[in-house]
Write a protein of this length. Structure first.
Lengths: 341, 462
């Protein structure tokens, strides 16, 4: 095993072209507008059950997807809409799943928390806190077994970081040098419990030290910092050096789920993050300040995104409910699902 | 006085063993703690240490002798001052007991596996045989059949791999994976740390990624640590993903009571897993079924729970000699044809059913014995057809009584064959208690042949 520093801070920001920056802006904005629309549809009773919005955390997935290549895999928990949009899943199919309709990614059988897409190597969408961590290591295991250089991004929260199976997984991932990037999205609240009230040591990126896994802390409100850290982590994994931990400090603006009044933090705290640290505003300022885009250019993007989201919402409303027969399908596979090439 | 050295029980389920090698000879001075022999158990070759001091007077069982029953005198140890004649005398006074007369074969002897572990009666093929008539057969233990099934499938498909605790270098805690590391290498036969929740999850993830893992649990008792991954991740993902991805894999290991390993190591999970849509559940009895069903399990594109039994591992049965022998899921086996009462069982429960059927035949009662083999899917049709013929039914399993497989079958029979029943169905199950350690209590906690006979009496109003 190579020498692993606990905090190998990826100081250097990547060389990002104006086009890339514009793409990040677009992707982050899509997630935000999509989530706002989802919140709206929830309020109208079109989306039911649990619905966990990603608003505020957009730079995390967009930055890491910028570090990924074709064949890389991703798996996450139930706060998953952003991950799906960022890896290229169709907003229409995602929104139709949220409304529980036939054209949703799981034909209405998964819902907000359980969506999957073989075509984009998105492996869910898991509702049990911590359970997706060994699953992600298993995906990485399958790539190592096949001898390719794909990497699996395994996302989980600061709450999940206290689950025992995370450490069982760290041990085996390090032992077997599995190509997995553990992305701890630290939004500072495990549902309603602030990190300081649930966690003996705040430095989650150091949680791999006992297993010899390098980790670093990343500013999750800065998409370029996330991209840079993602590049470092991915390079480490592709080189066969085993897993890597990124603790990405972020913040969710909304409650844990739609039914969470978020009384455990002050309005001021949220407002301060929004006004001072917002990831989308940050990129917007860079684009304008660097002369890479004009107000008009950005307005045009806003308008375009709004169109995409509205179309997704319309599609999700129009798509029929699944036929009752759908209840009885996909319980057992008749044959092994074919690997996508 | 000369002391007899007895064949030791070196594992919870050992009933006999091979005296592989003597490391001392007659006339040697023996010290306490000295390794005097090597004994092959059903799981491993063990060193046998002397307890008492003295001189090796006479070796009663030659090295290389197979099938030496536990508690048989294998040598005589002389005290200081005694000569060889004392050894001769001691040996003559206590002839090595034959298997059936061994003291531990009685109910009172504590070192013995439950009486249910007695040699099984021969299994007769059902009306719908699993292999063509005239097929060459060979005798194999369940252990060998399982290993052969895995090895054959691993040769056939290089995405199949085995992971679990002690499966590789140790050759399997119960020696099921013996030789697999040598043939397939460390890439495909993988020792895991003791971390069931974690490695079960990694196995499921690998299956999502297109591999076909066989995850061995050292026992299914330990799989409770991992049951979230088995049910929430493996069983439900195909459904939740609208058919896009699932977990083509096998979770396997010994299940149920072994012998005197206590409450935390003696639970039968048949009814638990049989309740879960998305899983397939297999619980075989014969070695042929173990082999044919394991090969089917590995090829199945769904997560399969394969419930084995430690007591059955060392049992021998006829196994067909065929290049590619599989048994389909959801097809029960008529293990014995009869007309007066239907006995339905599966797994080790079949030992009670078959023995009871023998005894009933002596009393002129003709019992039909149905071996379910798989619990999800269950072959209801075969059970119902048999009950329609006999009009009476007793179910037999070692698991707990509440929400048991027997309960479920009773309800199904009531719904589908109510008018054919001449008596309420009776369920023979394990008792509604955690498994005790004491030999007599453990035996009492399981079901038994007398209980089955009593149940048959009840349903036949005799």
């Amino acid at each position: 095993m190579a020498a692993r520093k606990a905090t190998a801070k990826s100081a250097a920001k990547p060389n990002v072209s104006p086009e890339d920056l514009m793409a990040y802006y677009r992707d982050m904005l899509l997630i935000r507008r999509f989530e706002e629309k989802a919140g709206q549809l929830y309020g109208m009773g079109l989306i039911g059950g649990f619905c966990h919005l990603y608003i505020g955390q957009e730079a995390v997935v967009v930055g890491l997807e910028a570090a990924a290549k074709d064949g890389d895999k991703r798996i996450t928990t139930y706060r998953d809409h952003g991950h799906m949009l960022a890896c290229g899943m169709d907003p229409k199919g995602v929104m139709a799943e949220l409304t529980g309709r036939q054209d949703g990614y799981s034909h209405g059988k998964g819902g907000s928390m359980h969506m999957f897409s073989k075509a984009t190597d998105f492996y869910g969408g898991h509702g049990i806190v911590g359970a997706n961590v060994p699953l992600g290591a298993g995906l990485a295991f399958s790539d190592k077994y096949r001898g390719n250089d794909n990497v699996t991004f395994t996302y989980f929260g600061d709450g999940a970081a206290n689950q025992g199976q995370v450490y069982e997984t760290f041990n085996m991932a390090a032992l077997w040098d599995l190509p997995v990037v553990f992305v701890i999205e630290n939004n500072q609240y495990a549902m309603g419990t602030a990190q300081a009230r649930s966690t003996s040591s705040a430095d989650l990126h150091k949680r791999g030290e006992a297993f010899g896994i390098a980790g670093e802390i990343v500013d999750g409100m800065d998409v370029l910092a996330v991209k840079a850290a993602g590049d470092t982590a991915v390079e480490h994994c592709r080189a066969g050096k085993g897993p890597y931990i990124l603790e990405v400090k972020t913040y969710r603006y909304r409650g844990h789920s739609m039914s969470d009044p978020a009384k455990y933090r002050t309005r001021d705290e949220v407002q301060k993050m929004r006004s001072e640290r917002d990831a989308i505003e940050h990129v917007r300022t860079m684009l304008l300040g660097g002369g890479h885009a004009s107000e008009e250019d950005l307005k045009a993007i806003d308008k375009e995104i709004k169109g995409v989201v509205n179309a997704a919402a319309e599609f999700a409303k129009e798509s029929p409910e699944p036929a009752l027969d759908e209840l009885w399908t996909d319980i057992y596979a008749a044959e092994i699902p074919q690997e996508n090439a | 006085m000369a002391t007899e050295i007895l064949m030791p029980a070196l594992s919870p389920t050992m009933e006999e063993g091979t005296l592989a090698k003597w490391l001392v000879k007659e006339g040697d001075t023996i010290e306490s703690g000295m390794i005097i022999a090597e004994i092959e158990t059903d799981k491993a070759t063990m060193e046998f240490e002397a307890v008492d001091e003295g001189t090796m007077g006479k070796i009663l069982v030659e090295e290389g002798t197979e099938g030496v029953k536990v508690n048989t005198a294998i040598a005589v140890l002389l005290e200081e001052g005694e000569d060889a004649s004392a050894a001769e005398k001691a040996a003559a006074d206590t002839p090595a007991p034959a298997a059936d007369e061994a003291p531990n074969a009685t109910e009172e002897a504590p070192a013995k596996a439950p009486a249910t572990a007695a040699a099984p009666p021969p299994v007769s093929a059902g009306s719908d045989p699993d292999w063509p008539e005239g097929t060459e057969m060979k005798t194999q233990t369940v252990r060998e059949a399982l290993r052969d099934a895995m090895a054959e499938e691993m040769r056939r498909d290089d995405t199949v791999f085995l992971m679990g605790e002690e499966v590789a270098e140790y050759q399997g805690a119960y020696k099921i994976s013996q030789g697999l590391l040598d043939e397939f290498g460390a890439k495909r036969v993988i020792d895991t740390p003791i971390t069931e929740h974690g490695f079960a999850g990694i196995g499921v993830g690998a299956a999502f990624g297109g591999l076909k893992p066989i995850v061995e649990f050292m026992t299914f008792n330990f799989a409770m640590q991992a049951i979230d991954q088995i049910i929430n991740s493996a069983a439900k993902t195909l459904y939740m993903s609208g058919g896009q991805m699932g977990a083509p894999m096998v979770f396997r290991g010994p299940n149920g009571a072994a012998a005197r390993v206590g409450a935390q190591h003696s639970q039968d999970y048949a009814a638990w897993y049989a309740q879960v849509p998305g899983l397939k559940v297999v619980m075989p009895y014969t070695a042929a079924d173990y082999k044919g069903l394991m090969k089917t399990a590995i090829r199945d594109p769904n997560p399969v729970i394969f419930l084995e039994n430690e007591i059955l591992y060392g049992r021998s049965f006829d196994v067909p000699v065929l290049d590619d022998f599989t048994i389909p899921f959801g097809k029960a086996r008529i293990a014995r044809q009869g007309s007066d009462v239907t006995l339905v069982s599966f797994g080790i429960g079949m030992t009670y059913a078959m023995e009871a059927a023998e005894k009933l035949a002596e009393d002129g009662v003709s019992a039909e014995v149905v071996d379910l083999r798989t619990l999800r899917p269950i072959d209801y049709d075969t059970v119902i057809a048999s009950v329609m013929k006999t009009n009476r039914c007793v179910t037999i399993e070692e698991g707990w009584p509440v929400a048991s497989i027997g309960n479920h079958l009773s309800a199904t029979i009531m719904t589908r064959a109510f008018d054919y029943l001449d008596a309420p169905v009776v369920n023979c199950t394990g008792k509604d208690v955690p498994m005790p350690y004491a030999a007599n209590l453990e035996k009492h906690a399981l079901t038994s042949v007398p209980e089955v006979l009593e149940a048959v009496k009840q349903v036949t109003y005799r």
